[in-house]
Design a protein around this ligand. Structure first.
Ligand code: UDP
Ligand code: MG
Length: 331
């Protein structure tokens, strides 16, 4: 019997935790051939999320629900990593706690992997109903740019909601970068993926933690995580400026020979200086952005710290190894 594990990052989701379990359980009743485990990752919640998780654990069969509580709020990306690196299921899915990732899709995802031979199946939002226009058009622009300038190909509307075989999970966990951008990492590791489309759903309860500014920062760091094109771009920019200045020099020289009037280059010098100064500062800033990222990566800090958990210490690694052995025999 195969195990499906759901990794659920939760940050201040006290009103969703229990609802999530009940909804998912109903879906799994229609899938008697699978065992399921839910791994809640409490990402430094300030409300009663952890207490709610423990309440769920009390009322369900032992071993069905586990949790990891992080030492502070590390962000969804790190929370997902914490969950995935502890996961032991044959198939693992990452899902939001607010039920915006419809659990019914799991049935289709399982079919894609079991019957159609895919390695993973990802959910893709085809409508953005209930979302402000500015948000959806900015998001469209983001996908357009990132696909043009990076090696990865992101599909618009793609989400973090994805069911994966063990080997895909291990590939993702093996990427230990700190500035994580899971959508990009999903695309980068490759494997055969099936897109499963769904209509946007509103949050079940609570509120979204994303502000427009937060989303912008997320897109920006996603872009920098995969694109080095801007660094190459500045070389071309430099060359263009050099060319322009040569043209300008020739023009000035020629017109100086032909004119007899008084020469006053004050404005020209000021404009050129300000322009070049601006260009140089911008480029320095850009290089600084990449340098800051290099700095954070070379510090090699752990991606998260665990404060408490009901997953027995060390056992996850052993289970992982056993799981690998099992699969090794079969494949
Ligand atoms: N989340 C998290 N850590 C954070 C922010 C969010 O683990 O710092 C979780 C949150 O609990 C939810 C998921 O990430 O399960 C998606 O968050 P949210 O619903 O706020 O984002 P949206 O659906 O609006 O993109
Ligand atoms: Mg949400």
């Amino acid at each position: 019997m195969k195990t499906i594990e759901l990794v659920v990052p939760c940050h201040n989701e006290e009103s969703c935790v229990s609802l999530f379990y009940d909804t998912v359980r109903k879906v799994f009743e229609s899938l008697p051939d699978f065992r399921f485990i839910i791994t809640y990752v409490d990402d430094g919640s300030k409300d009663n999320t952890l207490a709610e998780i423990k309440k769920v654990i009390e009322r369900v069969d032992k071993g069905k629900v586990q949790y990891i509580s992080l030492s502070r709020n590390f962000g969804k990306e790190s929370a997902m990593y914490a969950g995935l690196s502890h996961s032991t299921g044959d198939y693992v899915a990452v899902m939001d706690a607010d039920l915006q990732h419809p659990p019914e899709l799991l049935v289709k995802m399982i079919d894609a992997i079991e019957k159609e031979g895919y390695d993973c199946a990802s959910a893709r939002r085809v409508s953005r109903n209930g979302e402000p226009l500015i948000r959806s058009s900015l998001s469209r622009a983001f996908y357009h740019v990132i696909n043009r300038v990076t090696v990865i190909d992101l599909v618009p509307g793609s989400t973090d909601y994805r069911l994966m075989k063990r080997k895909v999970v291990e590939a993702i966990v093996s990427l230990t970068e700190r500035e994580r951008f899971t959508k990009g990492i999903y695309a980068w590791v490759g494997f055969k993926n099936k897109w499963i489309e769904y209509e946007n759903v509103e949050r079940a309860a609570g509120t979204s933690k994303w502000s427009l500014f937060g989303l912008f920062r997320y897109a920006y760091s996603g872009f920098l995580a995969f694109a080095t094109t801007p660094l190459r771009g500045v070389i071309y920019l430099g060359l263009v400026i050099v060319l322009l200045s040569i043209v300008f020099a020739v023009y000035t020289f020629v017109s100086a020979i032909h004119s007899t009037g008084e020469r006053n280059g004050y404005a020209t010098i000021l404009i050129v200086m300000l322009f070049l100064g601006g260009v140089i500062i911008t480029i320095l800033g850009m290089i600084g952005e990449y340098m800051a990222r290099i700095y954070m990566e070379v510090k090699n800090r752990p991606i998260y710290f665990e404060r408490e958990s009901n997953i027995a210490e060390g056992s996850d690694r052993e289970k992982l190894a056993q799981n690998q052995d099992k699969h090794g025999d079969k494949e």
